[in-house]
Write a protein that binds this ligand. Structure first.
Ligand SMILES: Nc1ncnc2c1ncn2[C@@H]1O[C@H](COP(=O)(O)OP(=O)(O)OP(=O)(O)O)[C@@H](O)[C@H]1O
Ligand SMILES: [Mg+2]
Length: 275
């Protein structure tokens, strides 16, 4: 928070346009997108398949360069390099971990050679593994773990980095329903415990409402912002009780209406509130 009570902006996206160059000409994946994420917020992005969510995450991670518009992380423009203080967790945990390194080695890898002592690296790795419930697994290899556990290692690695902004692109899409619920509660508790600012992409409307302080809904491609809505649910949340609350049910129907029946706005739905 600033002295005026305003929250500090961690991510600012303004008039963002991204067009892929293809053999058939330019393909506009993102069309004029603007939003902000403030310090400590958990913001989800939902939208139909192919709407440009991964493209957006790649731009925010510095892997693609915006065609037009601006993106700032902690007040610094992203110019095509990996921005400082940004960590990424993708859906495909099996490809994101190094199989020849132990769990601890994987978690420590991005923070070595960053001016930390060996003791600090070890301590951060230990804390991060503990935060994701993997105490005692430091010396195991990724291929000795279940899918859900491997995704926990990927989350621990991102946490060890102490990111200003944690980007997650469908991180729980490849695990079974029970593991997904466990990982949702895990990331919610990590968010509470570390105050991490999180931007979370998901296909799952319920998941977006359950986890977030705010949900952004994107249109089918090219991505435009259809809705930017605060989630009126207190924390901590509960997998059963929270999902039965009228505010939860109402918001998920409103979002589902926008995504599943575009062009047929839900009765009583407010227009986009951009902040
Ligand atoms: N490398 C690329 N070259 C050309 N077009 C691409 C490329 N990557 C993605 N696209 C196109 O850009 C659009 C947005 O793709 P993107 O992967 O960002 O969607 P998404 O919202 O993440 O979809 P999903 O929910 O299925 O993961 C799609 O129409 C896709 O075909
Ligand atoms: Mg995607």
């Amino acid at each position: 928070m600033t002295s005026s009570g305003e929250r500090n902006q961690v991510l600012g996206v303004r008039d963002l346009v991204y067009a892929y160059k293809t053999a058939d000409g330019d393909l506009e994946a993102i069309s004029n997108l603007s939003f902000r994420v403030d310090e400590g917020e958990f913001v989800s992005i939902v939208g139909p398949s192919g709407s440009g969510k991964t493209t957006l995450m790649k731009i925010l991670a510095g892997l693609l360069r915006a065609t037009r518009g601006s993106v700032e992380v902690s007040g610094k423009p992203i110019t095509g390099n990996v921005p400082e203080g940004v960590a990424l967790v993708f859906q495909d945990y099996s490809r994101s971990l190094f199989p020849w390194m132990t769990v601890e080695g994987n978690v420590a890898f991005p923070i070595t050679r960053r001016g930390l002592s060996a003791g600090e690296v070890a301590e951060r790795s230990r804390q991060s593994l503990s935060a994701v419930g993997l105490d005692g697994f430091a010396r195991r290899y990724p291929w000795e773990l279940s899918g859900g556990m491997q995704q926990r290692v990927a989350i621990a690695r991102a946490l060890a980095f102490r990111p200003r902004l944690l980007l997650m692109d469908e991180p729980f899409a490849s695990v079974d329903a029970q593991t997904k619920a466990d990982l949702e509660d895990l990331i919610a508790s990590v968010h509470q415990q570390f105050g991490t600012t999180i931007l979370f992409v998901t296909h799952d409307i319920d998941e977006s409402v359950y986890l977030s302080d705010r949900v952004l809904v994107l249109s089918a491609h090219p991505a435009r912002l259809l809705l930017d809505r605060e989630v009126p649910l207190s924390r901590p949340r509960d997998q059963v009780a929270t999902r039965e609350l009228p505010d939860f049910v109402h918001l998920r129907s409103e979002i589902a209406g926008l995504i599943l029946r575009p062009g047929h706005p839900v009765q009583g739905a407010d227009p986009v509130q951009t902040r």
